[in-house]
Design a binder for this molecule. Structure first.
Ligand code: NAD
Length: 339
């Protein structure tokens, strides 16, 4: 009997292509897992009129963990019902407020911890009578406290350095953020904490990224800084993310979008999706050994096999197959060492 249930949401554009590689790899690594596929985003709008159909939401709420491909399709850019609305609604429904985005390359090993269900992307918005359009950044202290706590706790599991990024010289929400970081800091005396303004943080990340360990920041700043960190450590095709709640199923997804420009051409890099699967194995299913094995296999394959985004000519399927072959080779080697 399967002991865990993973809901796979292939999504749009290159989503189904990279999701297929993740599914085959999950099936190889974990035998007692039930995998259920559901629609989200543009694919769901076409089939049901809704970007997050009730059936998909119910399955996600009942899952052990959710593995999601990117959503978004230019077809819906000017529509009232858009694919991305489904993703935002899913994040809120699962209350996955803590978005972890690791960026690793050479000396750089930074973990960006981004608040995911508050701030500018969720505040009041609208159009005034005079035609002015507005979005507002709103945070309740409880929302800030729980993400900052996560930041401190994650820093503890690494090299105990936390950078809190805000715009406290301008924004009220940032002043609240900074106050809460300062209030919590004495409870984590082993963690060295610093504040940094977001404009400076972007410059520092671009010039000396190796200075950072854990960065904790709000929704919009985290969105932008994590794409920058991804670009500096190999590109969007390599960057995974984990979005965690307190106790409910986590949502694991690549940082990249649906890449409509290469969709359907078997040219997408599945590494970010496979690394998201590794985060799911670790944080979602508690399969730490398998997570480590998959991370090592992806790293090993990326030394020699490259999809077009990294200057090579390997296809999505070839890279996925190479990772599974590497896993088999490593497993055989581990058995023979153990014998
Ligand atoms: P994008 O990430 O889809 O693409 C940016 C560039 O990176 C493109 O040239 C694309 O070909 C390339 N790229 C991205 N992922 C790649 C991969 N795995 N392998 C190789 N190349 C890759 O960003 P965009 O073009 O700004 O957005 C396209 C759509 O995706 C939009 O509808 C957007 O809203 C959506 N989007 C969704 C998510 C999500 O589901 N979490 C995140 C970002 C963007």
């Amino acid at each position: 009997m399967p002991t865990s249930r993973v809901v796979l949401l292939p999504g749009d554009g290159i989503g189904p292509e990279v999701a297929r590689e993740a599914r085959l790899t999950l099936e190889l690594l974990v035998s007692d897992v039930e995998i259920e596929e559901h629609l989200l985003g543009g694919a769901a709008i076409r089939a049901t009129g809704e970007p997050l159909p009730q059936e998909t939401l119910d399955a996600c709420l009942a899952a052990t963990a959710v593995l999601k491909g990117p959503v978004g399709d230019p077809e819906f850019d000017a529509a009232d019902v858009r694919p991305e609305q489904g993703l935002l609604a899913l994040r809120v429904a699962l209350d996955t407020y803590a978005n972890l985005r690791p960026a690793v390359l050479g000396d750089v090993n930074v973990l960006i911890v981004r608040e995911l269900v508050g701030g500018l992307y969720f505040g009041a918005r609208g159009t005034r009578e005079d035609g002015t359009v507005f979005d507002t950044c709103e945070y309740h202290p409880r929302q800030v406290e729980r993400i900052v706590r996560r930041g401190f706790e994650l820093a503890r599991t690494r090299s105990s350095r936390l950078t809190s990024v805000d715009k406290a010289n301008v924004l009220e929400t940032s002043r609240l953020w900074r106050r809460i970081v300062d209030e919590l800091a004495p409870r984590y005396p082993d963690v060295q904490v610093e504040h940094m303004l977001v404009d400076n943080a972007a410059m520092q990340l671009a010039t000396t990224p190796e200075q950072f360990d854990v960065i904790v920041t709000d929704n919009m700043f985290g969105d932008i800084l994590s794409d920058l960190a991804a670009a500096m450590t190999g590109g969007l095709g390599l960057a995974p993310s984990a979005s965690l709640s307190d106790g409910g199923p986590g949502l694991f997804e690549p940082v990249h979008g649906s890449a409509p420009d290469i969709a359907g051409t078997n040219a997408a890099n599945p590494a970010a999706m496979l690394r998201s699967l590794a985060l799911l194995l670790e944080h979602g299913l508690g399969h730490v050994d398998e997570a480590g094995a998959l991370t090592r296999a992806v790293d090993a394959v990326l030394k020699t096999t490259h999809t077009p985004d990294l200057g090579g000519d390997a296809t999505t399927e070839q890279l996925g197959a190479a990772v599974r072959e590497q896993l088999a080779v490593d497993a055989t080697a581990a058995l023979s060492y153990g014998a």
